[in-house]
Design a protein around this ligand. Structure first.
Ligand code: SF4
Length: 356
């Protein structure tokens, strides 16, 4: 399903410039961009990701992770191949590093078919995830349009490495976003992700100030690389100043993967200590992930300290909200809590729509 892409322009020297992400690929005919799914063909930029999927799963919304958005909901989740960052620690490298022709994905998933699949499995929303949907923005927008027409919500799970012009077209179609802030140093971005920190911070601030998208931030802590106390403190301080104290921060544990196998998994104690630091900087909702930690995964009322959404891993155990406020003291809890359900799901992933 090769389609002409949006977000490109011709260059004076006869190449095609992709304007979707800050990598700014300039391609000669036949060349693919860094992300592998966009290429120059016949003097134009094409996307080879439209209608493709590496597989569908029904995930709990808590797995995205999204702690303050329709807690307990199921969400139909899927992605394609490729990525516009080169993270050495990628936890989804089997699809993000796959190239067209590797047969990691299949074609034929029109927006209508994806929406029909969501309905079939009883999911009230669709998540663009597993690889960065920025690189398949045209397809994500088309699916999101169809989803909204059908009354489904949409979730965009991204690293936020996108140009201002493109993001202004993408995010009006999204109800919630999880932005993976890989670290808080330019050095880490340059050496470990092959990207830059500044455009990501710019996207985060823009999302918080200029859109109605419900935004949460994830920060994967890698021992010895981005888990320093000063870095966590600076990151949390920046979030409070530029996005507000209510933005949820998920501090998640690393496990050795892809090209970063010489580091140990993140100790649970590191995540708990980082959570305390971030809370100390004023963030109201800080969570731990990829470890067993009911205390660090529960939403606590900032007014009276009650457990308003008790969780264990990805499972919601109880909800004590009255509308969007603490049922005990009435303090408003930031988030989107409509259509709330309580689920005991453990996050088991099912592959749907593709042969197993
Ligand atoms: S989206 Fe892909 S082709 Fe476009 S600039 Fe980014 S990496 Fe290059």
């Amino acid at each position: 399903m090769i389609r002409e892409a949006r977000y490109w322009e011709p260059t004076e020297d006869g190449r095609v410039r992709c304007t979707l992400c800050p990598r700014d690929c300039r391609l000669r005919d036949g060349q693919a961009g860094f992300c592998s799914v966009r290429a120059a063909e016949g003097g134009r930029l094409v996307t080879r990701a439209w209608g493709r999927s590496t597989g569908f799963a029904v995930d709990p919304i808590e797995k995205k992770p999204l702690a303050h958005f329709r807690p307990g909901s199921k969400v139909l989740s899927f992605g394609t191949e490729g990525c516009n960052l080169g993270c050495q620690f990628c936890q989804n490298w089997n699809t993000s590093k796959a190239r067209l022709g590797d047969e990691a994905a299949e074609d034929g998933f029109t927006p209508e078919r994806v929406v029909a699949l969501a309905r079939e499995v009883g999911a009230p929303g669709i998540a663009f995830t597993y690889n960065d949907p920025v690189i398949w923005a045209e397809y994500a927008i088309d699916v999101a349009r169809a989803a909204h027409t059908a009354g489904l919500f949409t979730v965009f799970v991204t690293a936020g490495y996108v140009t201002p012009a493109a993001r202004a077209e993408i995010f009006p179609h999204m109800d919630a976003a999880n932005v993976d802030l890989k670290a808080f140093t330019e050095e880490f971005y340059a050496h470990v992700t092959l990207g830059h920190l500044a455009p990501v911070l710019d996207t985060l601030e823009w999302l918080a100030r200029a859109t109605g998208v419900w935004v949460v931030v994830t920060n994967l802590l890698i021992p010895g690389l981005n888990d320093g106390v000063d870095e966590t403190r600076a990151l949390a301080r920046w979030l409070v100043q530029h996005m507000g104290a209510d933005v949820p921060l998920h501090l998640t544990g690393f496990h050795p993967d892809w090209r970063l196998r010489d580091r140990p998994p993140t100790p649970a104690g590191t995540l708990s200590a980082a959570r305390a630091i971030a809370r100390g900087e004023g963030l109201r909702h800080v969570y731990t992930g990829n470890v067993r930690d009911p205390e660090g995964q529960t939403t606590w009322c900032p007014g009276c300290g009650a457990a308003v959404i008790a969780r264990d891993w990805h499972a919601v155990r109880s909800v004590a909200l009255s509308g969007d406020a603490c049922a005990r003291c009435g303090t408003r809890i930031a988030g989107r809590f409509e259509a709330r359900t309580v689920s005991s799901t453990t996050g088991a992933r099912r592959r749907l729509g593709l042969p197993s």
